[in-house]
Write a protein of this length. Structure first.
Length: 323
């Protein structure tokens, strides 16, 4: 029987980072979670969180860096070359860069949700990217530019748009039912007493990204309840996401008969959001099918790193060992 080999896979998003320790039979050993580590958003702090999370998982299981055979780090914002270089330097410092594969969070999720390279990954949590591959394996994407560079429909965008509506209509809080609902829901979520204290939470630059991402949940919850302002925000977002998907499907030469979409991220996993998105796509595609998995993209990062390090392991192995 071959010797067991250990793998750590990491999924680093905008609001949380998950590290999973598993072996080459697909058996999950342990996992650990911390705050978001998007390199574009958090910079060096994001790098620090990733390294600290790895160390925490190792210490928890009484392991050293050398005990792990393969590290896969799938993280949002990897296109920030300066922070990618910073992460590489930290991995060098721990002498594990040679057995570590760094990739985008979308690549990790695609490995789990589209193992045959068929379909389009719609990755929408705090951020957004639509990702696919053609028959030759070439990668194409739409969106994914960054929360501050025009991406529409993400959790951050939903929160930002709803908060903007509240700011612009502050004087109507006690008059307009929809505005009042937005304020009351925000007041409850952020545990503040009045609107001035609520606005103060968004004045600190380091907190804006996280707080606006939290507002996304308020947006979706209120839209489901019929709040016209929140609903208009979600509808606008899904219209743009529909355009991202249609553009990518055209690039990949997909037919308009059947569309296979893979959902990853808290926003796109919301059934209400997907329904509105389906509404925007129904005139371009006859059948729309969604694939959703409860397997974290952290496994995808680990699987791809295992492949990089010549360790035999498949998605099926992991699924079989979770039953």
């Amino acid at each position: 029987m071959s010797e067991k080999k250990l793998i750590i896979g990491i999924d680093g998003g905008g609001t949380k980072t998950l590290a999973i320790l598993f072996d080459n039979t697909g058996r999950t050993i342990d996992e650990l979670e911390c705050q978001g580590s998007n390199l574009y958003v958090y910079g060096e702090e994001g790098v620090k969180r990733i390294i600290t999370l790895i160390k925490g998982l190792l210490e928890k299981n009484k392991l050293s860096f050398d005990d792990v055979n393969s590290y896969g780090i799938g993280v949002a914002g990897i296109s920030d070359l300066n922070q990618r270089e910073t992460l590489l330097k930290e991995l060098d410092r721990e002498n594990i860069s040679q057995k570590t594969l760094i990739l985008s969070d979308a690549e990790s999720a695609f490995k789990i949700l589209c193992p045959s390279n068929k379909g389009i990954l719609v990755n929408i949590g705090t951020g957004i990217i639509c990702y696919g591959r053609d028959d030759s394996g070439k990668t194409f994407k739409t969106a994914g530019l960054g929360h501050d560079k025009g991406d529409v429909g993400s959790g951050y965008w939903l929160g930002k748009e709803l908060f903007s509506r509240l700011v612009l209509n502050e004087a109507l809080v006690e008059i307009d039912k929809d505005i009042e609902e937005i304020f009351l829901a925000s007041k409850k979520m952020f545990k503040v007493k009045d609107i001035k204290k609520l606005f103060a939470l968004f004045e600190e630059e380091e907190d804006i990204y996280m707080n606006l991402s939290i507002m996304a949940k308020i947006t979706l919850d209120l839209a489901k309840k019929g709040n016209d302002i929140a609903l208009s925000v979600v509808q606008e977002g899904t219209r743009f996401v529909g355009e991202y998907i249609i553009s990518l499907a055209d690039t990949l030469n997909y037919s308009n008969s059947n569309l296979l979409l893979a959902a990853n991220g808290s926003v796109i996993k919301d059934e209400f959001y997907r329904k509105l998105l389906n509404d925007t796509l129904q005139f371009d595609f006859k059948n729309i099918n969604w694939v959703i998995s409860d397997l974290s993209p952290a496994y995808g990062a680990g699987l791809l790193s295992a492949q990089f390090n010549n360790i035999s392991l498949t998605v099926k192995d992991i699924i079989n060992n979770r039953n």
